[in-house]
Write a protein that binds this ligand. Structure first.
Ligand code: HEC
Length: 104
């Protein structure tokens, strides 16, 4: 029985980690420049949309995904236009977040 539990948990742990893909900041930068920087500015320094550089250091993947997908931030603010809902792949969210976290 103990062996079964151990086996089950050793199978589950890698699955739990696989749910959050590892972000690639270089790909995130390319995506950001094509899709977000028109509003959030070069290097996410702000424009029509708020500055994001240096502000997302503590954001989790889940919180960031919900912000883009549903326009609700981790501290429960509802974002309005011109911010839009972005339905992306988990890899794309992870890449964007890795890029934004890399900014000072
Ligand atoms: C058409 C303009 C526009 C585009 C394009 C846009 N945003 Fe925004 N974004 C905004 C505005 C304006 C706000 C603030 C909305 C509010 O406070 O109601 C915002 C808010 C945000 C916030 C919340 C910041 C905070 O904590 O207050 C994040 C994160 C964000 N945008 C990320 C992105 C990302 C990533 C992209 C590209 C995939 C993107 N945005 C594309 C205009 C835009």
């Amino acid at each position: 029985m103990k062996k079964m539990v151990l086996l089950a948990s050793s199978l589950l742990i890698p699955l739990a980690f696989a749910a959050t893909p590892k972000g690639n900041a270089a790909k995130g930068k390319t995506f950001f420049e094509a899709t977000c920087s028109g509003c959030h500015g070069e290097g996410a320094l702000g424009g029509v949309g708020p500055k994001l550089a240096g502000k997302l250091k503590k954001w989790t993947f889940a919180g960031f995904k919900k912000t883009l997908k549903e326009n609700v931030t981790p501290d429960k603010r509802k974002l309005g236009p011109p911010m839009m809902k972005f339905n992306l792949s988990d890899q794309e969210y992870a890449d964007l977040l890795a890029y934004l976290k890399s900014l000072k």
